[in-house]
Write a protein that binds this ligand. Sequence first.
Ligand SMILES: *[C@@H]1O[C@H](CO)[C@@H](O)[C@H](O)[C@H]1NC(C)=O
Ligand SMILES: *[C@@H]1O[C@H](CO)[C@@H](O)[C@H](O)[C@H]1NC(C)=O
Ligand SMILES: *[C@@H]1O[C@H](CO)[C@@H](O)[C@H](O)[C@H]1NC(C)=O
Ligand SMILES: *[C@@H]1O[C@H](CO)[C@@H](O)[C@H](O)[C@H]1NC(C)=O
Ligand SMILES: *[C@@H]1O[C@H](CO)[C@@H](O)[C@H](O)[C@H]1NC(C)=O
Ligand SMILES: *[C@@H]1O[C@H](CO)[C@@H](O)[C@H](O)[C@H]1NC(C)=O
Ligand SMILES: *[C@@H]1O[C@H](CO)[C@@H](O)[C@H](O)[C@H]1NC(C)=O
Ligand SMILES: *[C@@H]1O[C@H](CO)[C@@H](O)[C@H](O)[C@H]1NC(C)=O
Length: 715
Amino acid sequence: MWMVILLLAGRLAAAIAEQEPPITIHPDCPSQCGDMSIPYPFGMKPGCFLPGFEVTCNDTFIPHRAFIAYGAFQQSMTGFYTPPDQGNETFVLNDGLVNTPMELMDISLSSAYVRAYAMVSSDCKINSTHHSFVRRRTYAPAPSFLISASHNVLIGVGLNVEAELSDSMHGTFGTEISRCTSLPTRVIAKDGPCRGQGCCEAALPNDVPFIAPVADKKRTEWWRAGTNCSTAMLVHKGWYNYSSADVYGGEAYFSNKFPKGVPQVFDFAIGNGSCPAQGQPSPQGYACLSGNSSCLDATNRTGYVCKCWEHYDGNPYVPGGCQDIDECVLRERHPQLQALYPCSSGGICKDRLGGYDCPCKPGMKGDGKTGTCTEKFPLPAKVAVGVVGGISIAFVLVLFVLFMSERKKMRQSFIRNGGPLLEKINNIKIFREAELKRITKNYSHVLGSGAFGVVYKGFLDDRHIAVKKSKNITKAQKDQFTNEVIVQSRVIHKNIVRLIGCCLEVDVPILVYEFISNGSLEDILYDKSRIPLTIDQRLVIAAESAEGLAYMHSKTSANIQHGDVKPANILLDDTYTPKISDFGISRLIARGDAQHSEEVIGDNNYMDPVYRETGLLTDKSDVYSFGLVLFELITGKKANCGDNCSFVLNHLGTYTRDNRANVMYDMKIKEEKDFELLQILAEIARKCLHHNVEERPEMTDIAESLQNIRKARNK
Ligand SMILES: *[C@@H]1O[C@H](CO)[C@@H](O)[C@H](O)[C@H]1NC(C)=O
Ligand SMILES: *[C@@H]1O[C@H](CO)[C@@H](O)[C@H](O)[C@H]1NC(C)=O
Ligand SMILES: *[C@@H]1O[C@H](CO)[C@@H](O)[C@H](O)[C@H]1NC(C)=O
Ligand SMILES: *[C@@H]1O[C@H](CO)[C@@H](O)[C@H](O)[C@H]1NC(C)=O
Ligand SMILES: *[C@@H]1O[C@H](CO)[C@@H](O)[C@H](O)[C@H]1NC(C)=O
Ligand SMILES: *[C@@H]1O[C@H](CO)[C@@H](O)[C@H](O)[C@H]1NC(C)=O
Ligand SMILES: *[C@@H]1O[C@H](CO)[C@@H](O)[C@H](O)[C@H]1NC(C)=O
Ligand SMILES: *[C@@H]1O[C@H](CO)[C@@H](O)[C@H](O)[C@H]1NC(C)=O
């Protein structure tokens, strides 16, 4: 059965190949005789076959019939005899031996055999004393052929029959090869497999070059059996189906039933040598000419055969003969092949060179070849996925609604934070919230934090920036926000930290400033790990800070107080140029028109006691605070002014008056030649800190004085 299917698969594969692969060695070689295909090494014209594989095509028949030209034939012998139990044994031959060529039934290159028709042998009682007999001997010798032991069987038909395979047509005179007997019973078995009643079957031990099946009726059972013939045949295994009518018939009956004869199988092999050893060059005349093929040594004989690789089909004996099989197309066209090329309904058949795959359909796991495709998600899981999917969609919808309301909220914040007003200001960039998140790498690098909020480092257009995010916003602070932005947008001065932009979409306003690299004056004065400032650097810091403050106090269209002047709010860039920062509590005041703050805000240590008392912030409050900065610059000591700042005043008062000021100066800059300068600065500081506001100098005056001192010193 498998053989038949394999054969079918092979032929079909050849049939569906787009371009038929060649089966003959040369295009001029005929490939067909009648209905039969004649593949190389078999052939009909000189040059079209290998030695021993010539086929003659007899065109007197329609359709034409193919015969094995040489090597294989069948010999027949007929005659009469008297069995010994019937008296003196006689043996009479009718004629001499008759040889007939073997007609081909088909050629299988993949199984390396041919099937040829042969006539049966029989033995019949014709009268009380005599038997007639027909005996056949098949020849199919090496090197080309051998009678196949694996594909043929001996069949005996008849009641109480004894069938024998011998190398001689004279039966017992020759060498017995195999034998079978049917049961000595009168009961004739129904149609079906050979089971011993009316039919027997036996195998061949090995391939043989010639063989004769001999039938013999057990003599003692002669008449009682009710039948007078027995038949023996060597036939392709599985081909013969027992039928009850056959037990009555002899040679004539079978010749009528199977006019061409019964198929016998001959294994063929090429040459009388063997396959070239691995790595050895192919010998002259090597027959395995196709790629995708391999050579196999014939078993128990000389010669070899060629086979297409597994999953390839065609003629391995001609170049380009072996081609890939498209198992998937075969499966589709011929359902009987689905067992040979399994691919379960859960799989998708996919052809590839040298085989095929059967991956499971999407959503399934396993392998379709072994029929193990199962749903990745069984129904409960699917339901679960559905539910989860539904919930997800609902969740996304909710998110969307939240997003829209968030956008509305952003817009409201934007308006509330004075967005429409700020949009009109040219030199301020309005940032989106997401943009700032990106710029600050999600607020990952904290630069510092103060009373007003946290400052983060960011990166925008190839330079660093400082992003100040307010915290704990109160109503008062919120109102200040727009104010601060507007104030700052107008302040463009080299000694004032520049505001780059802001973000208004959030509840808590965010301000973006230029980044000042060297930290604050406080850091540099009191951090022991840093290189101390020289006296000249200190002078520059004092002078330029004063300029910045003076600019705010007088040079802008509106009068602006800082309100929180202290070393921590004076930042230094890489050239130690001071830049005043943190206008968190700056007020916008119309020039000359003092205004009350709602609350007194600022660093207590640097706060003008007058401001603290009255809550009235004036230019002179900044002057006071600047005096303390000056004090710290020359003494290197923290001002630490409480309510009355007696420590500072004592120092300044006592030492400057007694001309003992050198005691209080910063050890790091204290040099004899600079005493005069330090003295002058101490004097300015003292004036700034005057308890009487009117006595304090204006910021512009201070800036001018310090600038003059600088110029004088640089001469
Ligand atoms: C063809 O078959 C016929 C009838 O059996 C026979 O007479 C003839 O010789 C055959 N021809 C060849 C070429 O074998
Ligand atoms: C058998 O042969 C013997 C001697 O050759 C002869 O005497 C005898 O009659 C024969 N028997 C029969 C049945 O012919
Ligand atoms: C078988 O025997 C019967 C009677 O003995 C006879 O009529 C018949 O012709 C025989 N059949 C054959 C094939 O010889
Ligand atoms: C049986 O048949 C054979 C062969 O035809 C014949 O020679 C013989 O005389 C016959 N015997 C009888 C008893 O009829
Ligand atoms: C090969 O020959 C040996 C000995 O002759 C025998 O035993 C064996 O079964 C044979 N194998 C085949 C496949 O014919
Ligand atoms: C024997 O039976 C099988 C299955 O029914 C069939 O394929 C085959 O052709 C039969 N053989 C013969 C000689 O009729
Ligand atoms: C083997 O085959 C070669 C070439 O076909 C041939 O010359 C040689 O005679 C053969 N030998 C035998 C022992 O058959
Ligand atoms: C081997 O098979 C592949 C697929 O059918 C084919 O394309 C190729 O030509 C074959 N190779 C040879 C050398 O025949």
